[in-house]
Structures are given as structure tokens and as C-alpha cells.
Ligand binder design. Sequence first.
Ligand SMILES: O=C(O)CCC(=O)C(=O)O
Ligand SMILES: [Fe+2]
Length: 297
Amino acid sequence: MEIPLIDFSSGSDEELAAQLAYAMGEVGFMTVTNIGIPTEIIDAIFRVSSQFFERDTDYKHQYLYRNVSENFGYQGVGMESLEPGKPGDLKETFTLRLAPGSDLGEDRWPSEAFRSTAQNFYNECLGAATRIMRLMARVFELPEDFFSATVGGENVALRLLFYPREQQVADGGEQLGAGAHTDYGILTLLFQSGVGGLEVRDGNGQWIPVPSIPGSVVINTGDLMHRWTNGHFRSTEHRVKPMTSTQDRYSVAFFVDPDSQTLIEVLPQCVDESEGVTYPPITAGEHIRQKLQRSHN
Ligand SMILES: O=C(O)CCC(=O)C(=O)O
Ligand SMILES: [Fe+2]
């Protein structure tokens, strides 16, 4: 299995939609270049991220994550297991749900520069994600804003991720940087800083590395897209290997999920008589709540 590479600066919308349909239908992941997010904005979020994670534990603990309904704040190594039941992930994170519209107090943000950089980056990512969602709607011959109209922002989250170097791996190799999981919502944009470690699982259960290509963004579809399309778009399992070498790894993820009240029902055009409807309807809120709970126990 190869991760398809798609250049968004060339081709008509129809051609891009066809490439996207192939990538999401066969792999569930693609690497995209020229999505239109300015390099300075990407560089700035990585700068803010490393400045934060380099601080000491006492400092970072001032901004601790409190609960899954806020879905906001800092988590240290071991505080989350993306693969439920496994030892905690060897990563640190700063999660920012609804970065621009957040009504959490000033004291929850490390600095004004952190806040404005995160908000700028969030807005750019939302623009890029909207373009992708419109192409996805085209694939299923839906009105252009069918998917994007469900994304008001209440379940959209930006996440800064830091995988510190030289980790001691517990339980005979069971512990990972990020445990094997599928993402929850419509799609995820993932930016990597040049250090590899992300892997996706192919149909034979083999783990395939996703290279970190400078200037590119990795995009994958999540569970709710999988359900909506009756499995036509994949929600592919992925994980991050633990950083046991002398290199730190940074990444930034932007999760695009529908508003809680959105009822995710299999699209009629995705049902053919032989397969029937595979998934019962579920609200986006219920699905996201279940997944967040499972990884934060
Ligand atoms: O850090 C990465 O490369 C992937 C992180 C990830 O898959 C996630 O947070 O959902
Ligand atoms: Fe993920």
C-alpha cells in the first residue's frame, strides 16, 4: 500500500475529487501539497509548540487538561491512551477545542502570542478543510456544503503534539508514541516536522510508514465519514512509534468533526442492495464522547 500524493495546485475540481475518492476509498490517507496554507503560518505554530513543550513540568501543569467536554489544555506523557487498555502514550499534547471561539479564561492560554498563532493557524486549516469537504460532497453528488455545513466548530480541535526523545518503553514494547486508533470525525489535517514515526495499517495488518514530506500535509478520513459513506471512505488505523532515539518529534493535528447534534446516517447513494446499511444512525456528539472517554481512562 502506498499513500497517494495529491498536488492541489494542478487539476480541475473534478480531477481532484477523483483523486481524493481513490485515496479515501482505498487507503483512507493521502499526502497533499499546495493546499494553500502559508508556510509562515505553519512555521509559527511549530515555533509556539516547541517553545511551550520545552518548558518545565511546573509551568506546563498550569495549563492542564481538565475534562473531555472542554477538550482543552496540556497533557503529559502517559495521560492518554489512544489505544484503550494499552499503557499511556509516550507523548505530550496541548489540545485546543474551538480555538477562535473558546470562552475559557485568559489563564488557560500560555500567552497572547500562543493564542493568536493558534487562532490564525486554526482559521487557515478550517479553510483548507472546507475545500476538501466540498470535494468530498462532489464525490457523492451532494450539495457542495453538505459536510461543511455540519461543522460550526464546537467539535473542531487543534492539537499540538510532542513526542520526547529517548523514551523508555514499558511492557515489552507495548507502549507507543500514539497507540493504534482511528480518528473520530470527518477528516484530520496532520503536519509533521520532518521526523518520521507515523504508520498506517494496510488491509493485511502491516504497518506502513507515512513519510514526512516537507511542505505537505497528511489528510485522513475519520469514523464519522466512514459511517456516513457506509464504509466507502475509510477510517484507517494509525499509530506513532515511540521516540527511543535522540530525536524529538513534533506534529500538529487539526480535527474536523461535525457539531454534536448532527445525525450521521448512511447516505442512500452509498447503499447497494448486496451490502445493505452497515451502520445505525448516531449523533456526532455521542460518537465523539464515547471515543474521548475510552482514551482518557
Ligand atoms: O502525531 C502524529 O503524527 C499522529 C497523531 C494522531 O494520529 C492523532 O493525534 O490522532
Ligand atoms: Fe490520529
